[in-house]
Design a protein around this ligand. Structure first.
Ligand SMILES: Cc1cc2nc3c(=O)[nH]c(=O)nc-3n(C[C@H](O)[C@H](O)[C@H](O)COP(=O)(O)OP(=O)(O)OC[C@H]3O[C@@H](n4cnc5c(N)ncnc54)[C@H](O)[C@@H]3O)c2cc1C
Length: 441
């Protein structure tokens, strides 16, 4: 007898971010066996990374173990591994984890590998201006930010103190705005009174963008409101300004007035996203096209052209110019899972993915956020309350919600920043880690 006749339909899902995790959940109780392969053992709630970097939340609160999240889903297993190759002809993926390489076969494949940081061709900037994509990034930044204040306290050279107390955030999208706002709150509200030689209020927080507005995707009204709130917090916003070089002690920018240098010990890169390497590998293997950012061009139903059994969802798919936001990933992941369910039930498939835009949110500081929901625009406290509710709804895990609320209480009502620990390893291990990754098979 054919062994496969006994076998249930095998769904492999690559990536346990918003797209992959919600696709897995949407297959609960379906007549399939799901294998979820992720580069880390945890699901990462990226929108709150900036709060880990600025000492509000602990990393565990935004990164629950995938195993725990899925422990009641009997048809899903989780494997640690970075998928390096997809073979559409043999219908199998190859993954690597430290010291081990393995293959998993599939009948249907959902690829949800997200996006990575783009330095617009200047990858050497990464060493001096970490991005904000991973827990490693956030903890490294936390170490750099708090160490800058510590070093300024013991430094005697006024120029060096000024450099240490100058924080530059590149990119005035939601991540950059949130990051700049939180560093400003640290410097002006949380840290004053804790140092003897320096006054943290002397810090400069500079937000730079090549575009003429902050939060450009939120429209003119909210963009202006956000700019006003940033100024109120003491953030210096430099628009129409392009970063041309970054090194250990500063950043070079070019604007209408010409090129100049800003001395700064802490630089944060919050500009630009690129598709993951897996996107190009899959494109080469299937003959699919990629867009300028390297995202895979998919059919309207999120399948890869010529391969009705392969879906690409979330940040790595290119479809109808949909933005790289959590809701697109969640909804497209659920859509792909729904299509697989339909196919197995013998129902017609191929329905186009329809994105329902629930709105956009960005916080600027405590009790202050901007929100765009349908035709409504909110700024200030109402926007912030909306932000609070939405983040509580989507933060994965009941325990995480409870402890996050406690930390928000400490930071927003009180003046505490309880998560300030950063180890030397977190600050200095980037190079060693890169070396190590190069040695992986
Ligand atoms: C700092 C920051 C702030 C953000 N703020 C907001 C916000 O406020 N609102 C909003 O809507 N969106 C926000 N976003 C965007 C949002 O987080 C993404 O759109 C969303 O996470 C995309 O989901 P995804 O599943 O496509 O990818 P991801 O959530 O990035 O998940 C991809 C997963 O795939 C794994 N992976 C990658 N490559 C491989 C591989 N080869 N093999 C195995 N696993 C792999 C990764 O480890 C990761 O777990 C933010 C993003 C960042 C970085």
């Amino acid at each position: 007898m054919d062994e496969r006749a006994e076998q249930r339909h095998r769904v492999v899902i690559v990536g346990a971010g918003f797209g992959g995790l919600f696709a897995t959940k949407a297959l609960k109780n379906a007549p399939v066996d799901v294998t979820l392969i992720n580069g880390t053992a945890y699901h990462l709630f990226q929108p709150l990374l900036y709060q880990v970097a600025t000492g509000i939340l602990s990393e565990g609160e935004i990164a629950p173990p995938i195993r725990e999240v899925l422990k009641r889903q009997r048809n899903a297993r989780t494997l640690l591994g970075t998928v390096t190759r997809i073979d559409p002809d043999a219908r199998k993926v190859t993954a690597v984890a430290p010291g081990i390489s393995y293959e998993v076969e599939y009948d249907s494949l959902i690829v949800a590998a997200g996006a990575s940081q783009s330095y617009f061709g200047n990858d050497n900037f990464a060493e001096f201006a970490p991005g904000m994509k991973s827990i490693d990034d956030a903890l490294e930044l936390r170490g750099r930010i708090f160490s800058a204040f510590e070093l300024a306290e013991i430094e005697t050279d006024p120029a060096a103190i000024e450099r240490l107390l100058t924080f530059v955030v590149v990119g005035a999208g939601p991540t950059g705005v949130e990051m700049a706002g939180q560093i400003a709150e640290l410097a002006h509200r949380h840290l004053p009174g804790q140092y003897h030689s320096i006054d943290p209020r002397q810090s400069r927080i500079i937000l730079i963008d090549a575009l003429p507005t902050v939060l450009s995707t939120f429209g003119d009204h909210l963009s202006t409101q956000a700019l006003r709130q940033l100024h109120r917090l003491g953030v210096e916003v430099e628009l129409n300004t392009k970063v041309v070089d970054v090194d250990d002690t500063g950043i070079e920018v070019e604007a209408a007035g010409g090129r100049r240098r800003i001395e700064s010990a802490t630089k944060i890169w919050a500009a630009g996203v690129a598709a993951p390497t897996l996107s190009r590998q899959l494109a080469e293997a299937t003959g699919a096209e990629v867009d300028r950012a390297g995202r895979l061009k998919v059919n309207p139903d999120t399948t890869v052209p010529g391969h009705p059994e392969i879906y690409a969802v979330g940040d790595m798919m290119s479809l109808d110019q949909l933005p790289g936001v959590a809701q697109v990933a969640i909804q497209s992941g659920r859509h792909a899972a729904g299509q697989i369910r339909k196919r197995l039930a013998g129902q017609p498939t191929g329905q186009p993915f329809k994105y329902f835009d629930k709105g956009s949110l960005a916080t600027i500081s405590r009790f202050s956020a901007v929100a765009s929901v349908g035709r409504f625009r909110f700024a200030g406290l109402i926007g912030w309350l909306l932000w609070l509710v939405v983040h509580l709804l989507y933060l994965v895990g009941f325990k995480n919600r409870v402890t996050a609320v406690m930390h928000w209480f400490v930071s927003f009502i009180g003046r505490g920043r309880s998560e300030r620990v950063a180890t030397f390893q977190q600050v200095y291990a980037r190079r060693a880690l890169q070396e190590y990754q190069h040695r992986l098979p």
